[in-house]
Design a binder for this molecule. Sequence first.
Ligand code: NG6
Ligand code: CA
Length: 519
Amino acid sequence: MKIIKLNVLLVFTLVFAIGCKNQSEKKVAKKSEQKPNIVVIYLDDLGYGDLSSYGATELQTPNIDALATGGIKFTNGYASSATCTPSRYALLTGMYPWRNKKAKILPGTAPLLISTEQQTLPKMLKKQGYQTSIVGKWHLGLGTGIVNWNERVSPGPNEVGFDKSYILAATQDRVPTVYIKDGNVVGLDKNDPIQVNYKENFEGEPTAVLNPEMVDMKWHHGHNNSIVNGIGRIGFMKGGESAKWVDTDMADHFLKKAQNYVKTHKDNPFFLYYAMQQPHVPRTPHPRFVGKSGMGPRGDVILEADWMIGEFMKTLKEEGILENTLIVFSSDNGPVLNDGYYDDAVEKLGKHDPKGGLRGGKYSIFEAGTRVPFITYWKGKIKPAVSDAVVCQMDLMASIAELVGTEETSTDSKNVLNAFLGNSDKGRDNLVIEATGKTALRSGDWLYIPAYKGKNFREKVGIEVGNFPFEQLYNLKEDLGQHNNLAETNSDKLTEMKATFQKLRGLDFKKGVKEVIFR
Ligand code: NG6
Ligand code: CA
């Protein structure tokens, strides 16, 4: 009798356990179904005023505008920095780049900047069951120091959280000018190995400075080392002929990779970091976009990028996942016209204002360096609005963590998910922005820039970088163009801002910090 009772109990427990397991499996399946795909579309050097949705009248960018008018268009959206590498570092790690001294514009031979131990956005998402991928520009270093480009290059994106990677190593103007898939150079002929050097040329190899007759796009400053496809580059490269990219095909090439990724991963939640190369130099529009903007190659590649994004959006729609995908659109730093090549960007600019009324540009601690177009779009989920909330790309980590249900984030990243989804106008209270190693504080409507050594006007690129031997204080709400320095007249605000800045930067100014000078 006892034995029978026990058996009944056992069967009961078993049935109950199986039932529970099925239920919990169902729950997991349902939960993962609900997890949205996340796509970050990141442009390179696109300015605050370069889109028609951000006030441009001389350029029409209908596809990006559709994201801006169908989502949240941020008017106070920031890259962490006024150059590429530090901004990308902050975006992917959720950490201020000025905490890492090596987070500066990197050569193509630099070692990986992100530690393989570090928290990253793709790592966090991977843990939550996401498939993760990067297509496009990397510029965060590869390998550990000396890279052999003819073997698998590691560590790289795949070692810091990306399941898949299809990248250009540094920038379009830097060698090696090849695509790298999951660490391997694409299309490499082992009998024609690649060698890369940033210090000296390889014997007998032409350069843009010595062989101007071989160059189609004249260099203005820098960009006079190895010649690839008639364009002088930064750095020297030998071999790898069959692997060299075609510059004018790059946008189509990356688009195809991004589309294929979506098509093959649509059944499970994915994270795609689609890092486009436009409108960084060298600006090489595909022939079908040449002359389309009337503004020369810079305008043409912005139209090209806009078209690519339209095609990419069509793919999300056709694959039936548009309503389950959060799209974040932004740029890594502000605009520059002449960044080292004669390409008519200055001459054909006309009435267009890439800065959109801001002061400065790429490399600048003034607003145009870091304030960039910033859009979140999620069809059916985000109600269209314009938001003045101060948000930074660094905040994607904490905000997306909240969205996918984890607390594993990074210290500098702020959870502004409600602002990203349009449920709140509240962004961050404070943000330290950075430009070529110099930092400043945005707090509320105010911007404080310490006194800095060095010249304000960088002649070669024609940009005011913001260095003055005195402190600057601006009320951005009343003075977006930063024309009216209130440091002398509003000493209370100045003192308050300085105190916050010192606290956030963790610097003891009394000990004498070389870069930052107080009166
Ligand atoms: C600079 C390059 C510039 C651009 C920049 C990186 C020269 C003279 N200038 O050093 O052309 O490549 O680095 O841009 O070489 S970024 O957007 O990737 O930060
Ligand atoms: Ca850039």
